[in-house]
Design a protein around this ligand. Structure first.
Ligand code: HEC
Ligand code: HEC
Length: 356
């Protein structure tokens, strides 16, 4: 886990000197969403895998008591999450952190608020075996459930054809590959911001442009930059599996620590127990941020306004004026992209037999 602190130090130095001084340099750090999504070599994307992933995504029989599908907590008919501070998990259990939006998840190099999962595939496996989320505690019970639903075997055969045309052995790894392939297709290009950056200069209002400038001047851009406003884009600068982590709160001691319960959860330290990792979090994306209230890992900020005010104070010690907050908020609202039309898939059915 050494690269945590190294990544942080390298980027902090670089950004604070290069970005905050020059508007021209800063401009490169605001980038449109690329047309191409990063896909790992060990899970190439295919139409059949995406289709299977979509069916799994909407199937509530993936949870032990059949009540929760992925879409229950990551509603891709809206902002890609559930609008709650904490989700209501298996049999009413409260999740430890707030559900994130899955829009543009393909551009995240590490997953979860604390960024401990190194790939979407690894994240999915951990998530499915989380008794708070699905209720399952082991792979074999989960696989047994999938196999008991008639129709899935054929869908897996189609998605993961093997050279001998034998039936595919369904397992959690294949489930994670199909789900991840589907999730990678969930992108929201063409926000007004994206179109502005690509040249349609009349698309942002004066207030939104002022907000963009404040976003740079107040140092937000030192952490929230790149294609997803969450640090270096996946590629040479930040490989998949490497995270961009920062402190939150960066400056402790403001009134917000208590008001918003910011010191209770210590981020990645929870797993590593390394004192240098206390309060280290993955820098989250700000795309579609207008659609994903409440904010922060504990969902403690109910409005975007509050989140901006808190960030200004805790990250750089700025007391933002009402006008500055309004302007930054206007800018952030221009980051809402176009969501693709999603139709509900038909789910496989076991004819004449209950799966529960
Ligand atoms: C009971 C609610 C619930 C269900 C059901 C659920 N999730 Fe989640 N999901 C969460 C929560 C809460 C988090 C945040 C956990 C964290 O970061 O510590 C999360 C995080 C994620 C992330 C990480 C996002 C990021 O930005 O790092 C992905 C991807 C994800 N879930 C996909 C899925 C998929 C696929 C399914 C279906 C198999 C699913 N989830 C089912 C609540 C849920
Ligand atoms: C030093 C790095 C850093 C700086 C500077 C910074 N942020 Fe953040 N930002 C973060 C981190 C880390 C989080 C995740 C907090 C958490 O885990 O709850 C975050 C979270 C957010 C969120 C909530 C995201 C969500 O999905 O709930 C918003 C909104 C936000 N930042 C906006 C801003 C604005 C506006 C500024 C400038 C005033 C700013 N940030 C400055 C690192 C930074």
């Amino acid at each position: 886990m050494k690269h945590f602190s190294e990544t942080k130090i390298i980027f902090r130095f670089f950004l604070i000197t290069a970005l905050l001084s020059s508007p021209v340099a800063a401009f490169d750090y605001l980038q449109p969403l690329p047309d191409e999504i990063p896909v790992p070599a060990n899970n190439p994307i295919t139409a059949a895998k995406v289709e299977l992933g979509k069916i799994l995504f909407f199937d509530s029989r993936l949870s032990l008591d059949g009540t929760l599908s992925c879409n229950s907590c990551h509603n891709i008919m809206s902002g890609g999450e559930d609008g709650r501070a904490f989700s209501i998990g298996f049999q009413g259990k409260k999740t430890r952190r707030s559900a994130q939006s899955l829009w543009n998840v393909a551009f995240k190099t590490v997953l979860f608020w604390d960024g401990h999962a190194k790939s979407l595939e690894a994240q999915t496996i951990e998530h499915i075996l989380d008794k708070t989320i699905t209720g399952y505690t082991n792979e074999s019970d989960f696989v047994k459930r999938i196999k008991s639903i008639g129709g899935y075997q054929q869908a897996f055969n189609n998605a993961f054809k093997n050279t001998f045309n034998k039936p595919v052995e369904i397992n959690l790894k294949l489930v994670s590959q199909a789900l991840s392939s589907f999730e990678r297709t969930l992108t929201t290009p063409d926000s007004r911001f994206d179109r502005y950056i690509k040249g349609e200069k009349s698309l942002l209002t004066e207030q939104e442009k002022r907000g963009m400038e404040e976003f740079r001047l107040k140092g937000c851009i030192a952490c929230h930059f790149g294609v997803n406003f969450s640090g270096p884009a996946p590629g040479p600068a930040l490989k998949m599996g490497d995270g961009f982590y920062e402190l939150f709160p960066n400056n402790r001691g403001s009134k917000y620590d208590k008001l918003y319960n910011l010191l209770e959860d210590k981020g990645i330290y929870y797993l590593t127990k390394n004192p240098g990792h206390e309060y280290m979090w993955r820098v989250p994306s700000l795309r579609n941020i207008a659609l994903t209230a409440p904010y922060f890992h504990n969902g403690s900020a109910r409005t975007l306004r509050e989140a901006i005010l808190i960030m200004g104070k805790t990250q750089y010690g700025h007391d933002l004026s009402d006008q500055q907050v309004e302007d930054i908020q206007a800018f952030l609202m221009s980051l809402t992209g176009k969501t693709p039309d999603i139709t509900l898939p038909r789910l496989p059915v076991s004819s004449g037999k209950s799966v529960f």
